[in-house]
Design a binder for this molecule. Structure first.
Ligand code: SF4
Ligand code: SF4
Length: 424
């Protein structure tokens, strides 16, 4: 990585602590990704983005701020990026996926909080992530209880806006979400000093839809019998989608897909025939959480799909681009976002329908249902997920883990046995 010390210092970061993260990340990335054989050439771009994760993109965001622009940090895929980009601002994902940040979160949160929340709070309070320093305003949501209360703590340290997400999907809830998006629009306009117009929102809707379409194209390649890309590589691309410049990301991902489609035509697969195809479902895998995919793909399996927020939930539905007035456009946003199936909703049967549909589309041999430790919502939904999958005759293994490596060997044993069982 180039030398960004001056930039990090200006951001008020704790350089000594941050150095420790910079020391371990390249090694972890090398072990998980660069050891793979026959990777697509176009993965070079994503390798570069990760190698420079705390440098290149933060520098661009700082440049944007120097030119008078604002940066908003978000934590959940219900928050519509379109509104932010329509105000000439930039949205960036802030979910923490490393154990490195967890102890910082535990200083102020109960230990039995999910690692995603603890890491996100720790990254801010310990001043060890440039993205958390750069964002001028954070936008949270009322999804799970842990997040709601964590926002109150973060709000003491950084301007914070919370969207009130309904927890049911009746017509009146979609209307309520539309009103929340209208309020967000007002807030973003006030904070940036830029008015959101029909034209700017139309452009932003198209920008984000194009990103979704590129991801759909990538995932379509993973449905094929000839598998042109590993699950690890697809996951890191998905994680980068939350941070990267959307236009460049779309362009690079389409370029990768050209190569993947060519590989499919030529019969070039990254795995041996007969490798067991695994769909993973459950709680999100924020960067740099690569633990589960790495274990699966070094235990005789390959991940073909993620029914997760860092997966299909992020891109599966497009926003209707035919709407003309601001009111209609915002309604189209509300309709699209309320189709995401997160366990914070009740009922949430549509998620189970999605898992079954995706298992068929991606020709999965088995499903691994992941729960991040202390996520009560997804843990409770496990009962119904397992029951319905068994009814469909789809093998499922449920696991609960965190960001530490302490259970890696135990997980390897369980996942290895599950994959072996799929071959019987
Ligand atoms: S799991 Fe639910 S709360 Fe968490 S990012 Fe996804 S949609 Fe948001
Ligand atoms: S994984 Fe569960 S507990 Fe953690 S932030 Fe998401 S919904 Fe909340």
């Amino acid at each position: 990585m180039a030398d960004y010390n001056e930039m990090w210092k200006e951001l008020g970061m704790n350089l000594e602590e941050h150095d420790k993260l910079c020391e371990v990340l390249p090694q972890a990335f090398g072990d998980v990704f660069l050891t793979q054989e026959n990777r697509p050439e176009a993965m070079d771009y994503y390798n570069f983005v990760i190698a420079e994760i705390h440098g290149v993109r933060p520098k661009e965001l700082i440049e944007h701020k120097k030119n008078g622009g604002k940066v908003f940090g978000t934590f959940c895929i219900y928050v519509p990026d379109e509104i932010i980009f329509a105000a000439d601002a930039i949205a960036t994902g802030l979910c923490g996926g490393s154990q490195f940040w967890v102890p910082g979160g535990e200083k102020v949160l109960p230990v039995n909080t999910c690692p995603l929340i603890k890491a996100s709070v720790g990254a801010r309070l310990d001043k060890t992530c440039p993205f958390f320093r750069i964002a001028d305003m954070y936008i949270g949501e009322t999804t799970c209880d842990g997040k709601k209360k964590a926002w109150e703590i973060l709000a003491e340290d950084v301007p914070f806006y919370v969207m009130d997400l309904p927890q049911m999907k009746r017509r009146k809830d979609v209307t309520a979400w539309k009103e929340e998006i209208e309020d967000l629009k007002k807030k973003v306009e006030e904070f940036t000093g830029n008015r959101i117009t029909e034209e700017s929102l139309k452009k932003a809707i198209s920008l984000i839809n194009e990103k979704r379409k590129a991801l759909m194209r990538l995932y379509n390649c993973r449905k094929q019998k000839v598998l042109p890309i590993s699950g690890r590589d697809a996951l890191v691309i998905m994680q980068i989608a939350f941070y990267d410049d959307p236009e460049r990301f779309t362009q690079m991902t389409n370029k990768l897909c050209d190569e993947l489609e060519q590989r499919i035509e030529q019969g070039i697969s990254v795995v041996k025939e007969g490798t067991k195809r695994i769909l993973v479902t459950g709680t999100p895998l924020a960067v740099p959480n690569w633990k589960l995919h790495n274990i699966i793909e070094t235990s005789g399996g390959v991940v073909v799909c993620e029914e997760m927020c860092t997966g299909t939930r992020y891109f599966e539905q497009l926003v209707d681009e035919t709407k003309v007035t601001l009111d209609e456009q915002i309604e189209a946003l509300a309709n699209r976002y309320m189709q995401i199936n997160c366990a914070c909703f009740t009922p949430n049967e549509a998620r189970i329908d999605d898992i079954i549909r995706l298992a068929k589309e991606y020709k999965a041999d088995g499903i691994i249902n992941l729960n991040l430790k202390f996520c009560n919502l997804y843990a409770t939904e496990t009962y119904k997920v397992e029951r319905e999958l068994r009814k469909e005759g789809i093998p499922v293994l449920s696991i609960e883990t965190d960001y530490t490596d302490s259970d890696s060997e135990q997980l390897r044993t369980r996942i290895g046995a599950f994959i072996e069982m799929l071959g019987e």
